[in-house]
Design a protein. Structure first.
Lengths: 271, 310
């Protein structure tokens, strides 16, 4: 019963706005965030654009476009997940996380602020990758049409869900598991159907991809690129799984937050 | 007097270890209360529970007559905390951090309030510097200023003057007393500086092994220790001195060859001095040290606190 009890606090818009302002101020002084967002995204899209150029001589045009669209939209999952975890870790490293939570700030307000700032950052990373792909390969992300919007939103929701799951582990085990913040999401890239269908995976590993919403969302994107058809079933499964990841992530995180206060781990987290 | 904070039967267990063992106390409006005890006594865990960073196993915490867990948002907007060990975001300027905290507390015009506070703590020149570029003394003062930002009715302070130069520490203590007098701010302070506690606190609560072992005014507690230390420097042999003190059964020791320290009740000090003098001993120097809070602290650490409790 306790596990499923929802957080009984109301959120205040002005405190969510303050978290957004906090993220902006931090962004201004954090070279690491600039590098993560723009440098890493640029390098990644360059690799896939050049690979696409090589394959364009021997493969179908669809395959090369799958590679590029996967590389561009991958940023939505990655930045959303990373935003939630790093938003908390920057405060823990600065020994200011507990200082924030002795103000009236609630966990929900903190999370919503990090989700919105993560979404904004992911738009920046996706836009930059899309511009590079357009100028170096001639692929326009807008060729996806309106499916781009629901697909993008579902990938964001999946990323937020993953972010909350990883953050719950940090609350539970402390900063010794912080490396999961920038490593767990990379499980999605090879196994979550970002660039290729799950049929490519060995039989024993396929189930991992089958429980990831990204597999179905990217199927629907590839179907649309191939013949302009909307794969409603896959999009629907992607929606259900994304929401499931989000809800499970939220419930596990709020449970972990409460437990960390009971065990004293929350107060000890800053060392 | 109105109670600002009331703690009732507060208990915190971590597995089989009891960190805070069924403590109850209250803090009245305008009081400065010291929460003292050796390392591991339960002070930090108590403060963490009072701030909502750690959940108690049982017991209740009420601020301003309202139960903390039920009125968290309202209560946290009226209290604040300063510690040498907690920081604000190091990658932001002090001005930016103050804007953030003002936003979290729902305040407007934070820049003017920030300027007043930084001026008060003599760090107005750091407003546009990154927090991690400040010296530890400047950081402590900025944290203190942050703790005053929302004009709190109660401030919890953990080692408020640790890492400060003596002149700034003295100014901070003066500031604390000024705040108490002018704005009737209530303070709950932990400190290892017993002279600071004696200077600041109206009342002291001593914790040991998670329990409250003594609670009184600093003067009341030192009176319970009872014994003064009389350090007498004398001319000639120590034999007649030792013979007299042993005959009268006064507790004493000789730290140096011509110096004796006698531990006696404050009322017996004249008797000791006249007695030694009447024995024909030439006393060249006399120092009388009354018991202080440090003696109380040492008694608590040594486990001799039966005489400290009511």
């Amino acid at each position: 019963m306790y596990f499923f009890r929802l957080w009984p606090e109301t959120m205040k818009i002005y405190r969510i706005n303050t978290i957004l302002l906090h993220t902006w101020y931090h962004f201004l002084h954090s070279m690491e965030t600039w590098v993560d967002l723009f440098w890493n995204s640029t390098l990644q899209i360059l690799v896939y654009v050049f690979l696409a150029r090589v394959f364009s001589h021997s493969s179908t045009i669809e395959f090369t476009r799958y590679l590029i669209v996967g590389a561009i939209l991958w940023n939505a999952i990655w930045v959303a997940q990373y935003g939630i975890c790093l938003g908390a870790l920057w405060e823990i490293w600065a020994k200011s996380f507990s200082t924030m939570f002795i103000s009236p700030l609630t966990l929900n307000e903190f999370l919503v602020g990090q989700m919105i700032s993560g979404a904004i950052k992911s738009v920046l990373a996706v836009a930059m990758s899309a511009i590079i792909a357009y100028y170096l390969y001639g692929f326009s992300i807008f060729s996806l049409g309106w499916i781009l919007i629901p697909a993008y939103l579902l990938l964001l929701i999946f990323g937020w869900g993953l972010g909350m799951l990883v953050l719950s582990l940090i609350f539970r085990f402390g900063t010794q598991v912080q490396s999961l913040s920038w490593s767990v999401v990379f499980l999605v890239q090879p196994l979550g159907g970002v660039f290729y269908p799950l049929s490519v995976l060995p039989e024993a590993m396929r189930w991992v991809g089958e429980i990831m919403p990204s597999s179905y969302i990217f199927i629907s994107i590839r179907e649309y690129l191939k013949d302009g058809r909307i794969a409603w079933t896959e999009l629907g499964i992607g929606l259900v799984l994304s929401i499931a990841y989000f809800l499970i992530g939220y419930l596990v995180l709020t449970h972990s937050f409460r437990q960390a206060k009971i065990t004293g781990a929350f107060a000890r987290m800053e060392g | 007097m109105q109670k600002v904070l009331e703690v009732t039967s507060l208990l915190k267990r971590f597995g089989s270890f009891t960190a805070v063992d069924d403590i109850s106390f209250s803090v009245a409006q305008g009081e400065i209360v010291g929460l003292l005890g050796p390392n591991g006594a339960g002070k930090t865990t108590t403060i963490q529970m009072l701030l909502g960073l750690t959940t108690s196993t049982s017991g209740t915490i009420s601020y301003f007559g309202k139960e903390f867990t039920r009125h968290r948002e309202e209560i946290l907007s009226k209290i604040n905390f300063a510690s040498t060990y907690s920081h604000i975001q190091s990658r932001m300027t002090v001005r930016q951090s103050f804007r953030i905290y003002a936003g979290l507390y729902g305040m407007d015009a934070s820049d003017r309030r920030m300027s007043e506070l930084l001026h008060l703590l003599e760090v107005e020149d750091v407003a546009d510097k990154l927090f991690w570029h400040l010296s530890s003394g400047q950081q402590t003062r900025v944290i203190l200023a942050k703790a005053l930002l929302n004009k709190p009715r109660l401030i919890l302070m953990d080692e408020p003057t640790a890492s400060l130069d003596p002149d700034i520490a003295s100014k901070v203590r003066d500031l604390i007393l000024t705040l108490q007098k002018k704005e009737r701010v209530t303070l709950l302070i932990t400190s290892h500086d017993m002279s600071e506690v004696e200077q600041l606190c109206d009342r002291v609560i001593f914790l040991q092994h998670g329990k409250i072992v003594a609670e009184d005014t600093p003067l009341g507690l030192t009176k319970r220790i009872g014994e003064s230390k009389v350090t007498v420097t004398f001319d000639g042999s120590a034999d007649p001195v030792s013979a007299y003190l042993e005959r009268k059964a006064y507790k004493h020791h000789f730290p140096r060859i011509h110096v004796v320290v006698v531990e006696v009740a404050e009322t017996d000090v004249p008797k000791v001095l006249f007695g030694l003098s009447n024995e024909g001993i030439w006393l060249t120097n006399i120092e009388i040290q009354k018991p202080n809070l440090e003696d109380v602290f040492l008694s608590v650490v040594a486990g001799n606190y039966e005489n400290l409790s009511h």
